[in-house]
Design a protein around this ligand. Structure first.
Ligand code: ATP
Ligand code: MG
Length: 278
C-alpha cells in the first residue's frame, strides 16, 4: 500500500536530479564563453529565442534544436549555457560521459527516465549531448545502438503531457550521420557551430586569456601566425585563403600549453597550430 512516506520518498527521488543537473551544466562551461565572433552571440541569441518560445507559446509545447559543428567547436558549452540561462525548473544534461559502461538497456532506461522526469515539470530543458556517442556510433561497419536510436526518435517527437513544455537541445559533430540514421528529421531547428577560421578571433581569444604580458607581444605573435599562412588580422570574415580551422576547445588547450613556456609562447602557439596539419 502507498503511504505518505512513499509519497515523500518519491518527491525526494525527483529532487536530486534538479540540483545535480545544474552542476553538470555549469561544469561543461567551466572555461566560460569567449565572445570571439558574432556567430557566438547569434547562437546564444537564437537559443534564447527558443527558450522564450517554449516558455510562452502554447502552440509549441515541444521544441527540439540540434547544435552541430566540427569536434571541439563549442557545441556542448553553448547548449549548456543556453539551458542554464533558461532558469527553467527542470534542467538536465544527458551526457554519454555519465553512461560509461552502461548496457544498451541501461542507456535506454536512463534516457527514458530523464524524459519522464521532465514531464513532471511545467517547463523543462534537456541537453542531449553528443548524439553519436550516445548511439555508440562507429563509422566502421557502420554500427550503432538501434534501441538507443529508436528511443531517441520516439522521445524527440513525443509531446509532453498537457500543460508541460519541453525544450530539447542536442549536440553532434556528425551531422550527416544523423540524416542517415533518420534522426535529423526529429529536429525543429538546427544551429551550426563553426570552428574558428580567422586570426581576428584568435587575437581576441589570446587577449581574453591574457596569454601575453602586453598587447605588443600579442601583436608579434599574430604577425608570426600571419607569416605561417594562417590568414591576416585585417580580414574580418572567415578568410578562405587561410588554413586556420580550429575549435575553441583545442585553441584553449594550445594556449594553456603555450603558457607553460612564457619566453617562447608565440613560437609554441605557431608550432602547435602548424602541428594540427591545417
Ligand atoms: P566535442 O566535439 O568534443 O563534443 P564541443 O564542440 O562540445 O566538443 P565543448 O566541449 O563545448 O566543445 O568545448 C568548448 C570549450 O571552450 C569549453 O571549455 C568552453 O568553456 C570553452 N569556450 C570558450 N568560449 C566558447 C564559446 N564562444 N563557445 C563555446 N565554448 C567556448
Ligand atoms: Mg561536446
Amino acid at each position: 500500500r502507498v503511504n505518505r512516506n512513499d509519497f515523500m520518498n518519491a518527491l525526494d527521488e525527483v529532487q536530486p536530479a534538479f540540483g545535480v543537473s545544474k552542476e553538470e551544466l555549469e561544469q561543461v562551461v567551466e572555461n566560460g564563453i569567449i565572445h570571439y565572433s558574432n556567430v557566438v552571440d547569434e547562437i546564444l541569441r537564437s537559443g534564447k529565442l527558443f527558450v522564450e518560445q517554449v516558455r510562452t507559446s502554447t502552440r509549441t509545447p515541444l521544441v527540439s534544436v540540434l547544435l552541430h559543428g566540427p569536434p571541439g567547436s563549442g557545441k556542448t558549452a553553448l547548449a549548456a549555457t543556453i539551458a542554464q540561462a533558461s532558469q527553467y525548473p527542470f534542467m538536465k544534461l544527458l551526457s554519454p560521459d555519465s553512461m560509461v559502461g552502461f548496457s544498451e538497456a541501461q542507456k535506454v532506461a536512463a534516457i527514458s527516465k530523464v524524459f519522464s522526469d521532465s514531464y513532471k515539470s511545467p517547463l523543462s530543458v534537456i541537453v542531449v549531448d553528443n548524439l553519436e556517442r550516445l548511439l555508440d556510433f562507429t563509422p566502421i561497419g557502420p554500427r550503432f545502438s538501434n534501441s538507443v536510436l529508436q528511443t531517441l526518435i520516439v522521445l524527440f517527437s513525443r509531446r509532453p503531457p498537457k500543460g508541460r513544455r519541453l525544450l530539447i537541445m542536442a549536440t553532434s559533430s556528425l551531422r550527416p550521420v544523423l540524416t542517415d540514421l533518420g534522426l535529423s528529421e526529429a529536429f525543429d531547428s538546427e544551429l551550426r557551430v563553426p570552428p574558428i577560421a580567422n586570426l581576428r578571433a584568435v587575437d581576441y581569444v589570446l587577449e581574453q586569456l591574457a596569454l601575453f604580458p602586453s598587447a605588443q607581444d600579442r601583436v608579434k605573435a599574430i604577425r608570426m601566425l600571419e607569416q605561417a599562412g594562417f590568414g591576416s588580422l585585417q580580414t574580418n570574415d572567415d578568410d578562405l585563403s587561410s588554413r586556420l580551422n580550429i575549435g575553441i576547445k583545442k585553441l584553449l588547450s594550445i594556449v594553456e600549453m603555450a603558457r607553460q613556456e612564457p619566453d617562447a609562447a608565440a613560437e609554441r602557439l605557431t608550432q602547435s597550430l602548424m602541428g594540427l596539419g591545417m
